[in-house]
Design a protein around this ligand. Sequence first.
Ligand SMILES: *[C@@H]1O[C@H](CO)[C@@H](O)[C@H](O)[C@H]1NC(C)=O
Ligand SMILES: *[C@@H]1O[C@H](CO)[C@@H](O)[C@H](O)[C@H]1NC(C)=O
Length: 149
Amino acid sequence: MAVKVYVLLAMLVFAGVVMPIAHAQLGGLLGGILSSVLSVNGVVPCSIGGDSSNSSTTSVFPNAGVQLKCGDNVVGSTTTNSNGAFSIVGLLTLVNLLGSCKIIVTTPLASCNVSLPTGFLTAPLDPISNLLGIIKLVPGVFSLVQNIN
Ligand SMILES: *[C@@H]1O[C@H](CO)[C@@H](O)[C@H](O)[C@H]1NC(C)=O
Ligand SMILES: *[C@@H]1O[C@H](CO)[C@@H](O)[C@H](O)[C@H]1NC(C)=O
């Protein structure tokens, strides 16, 4: 009887000490598998309804702050160069958020052309390749929003 209780106690101690470690390792492992590198290259147009594929023919938005946002998380940010081009690399740990990723231009649209309406540009992202955990995306059509929070 006493031996049985001792064995039971030993099992409980084993479960209590070993399980959290195993759980932590599993969490780290899953985190490693589920994280991906996002790589976004694009051009911010100085217009509403433009996209990266035809902004070379229209005017571009230089020195604009650009954020890569997935869900509520900003996973990367940069500034466009004099040609309106930008490149952002970010780490996404919850890949199920990929569908909610978007590009947000944090500089007001009117900064590149005062004739344009007030607001901010935002664009959805189209994946173009997924190689070795590096997901390459390009911005789709930029639209105007009044609020970027
Ligand atoms: C190009 O940009 C204009 C606005 O600047 C937009 O109307 C048009 O739909 C865009 N896309 C293509 C493929 O022309
Ligand atoms: C500014 O925007 C207006 C209205 O869209 C446009 O007609 C004009 O050509 C733009 N100016 C420049 C310098 O792009």
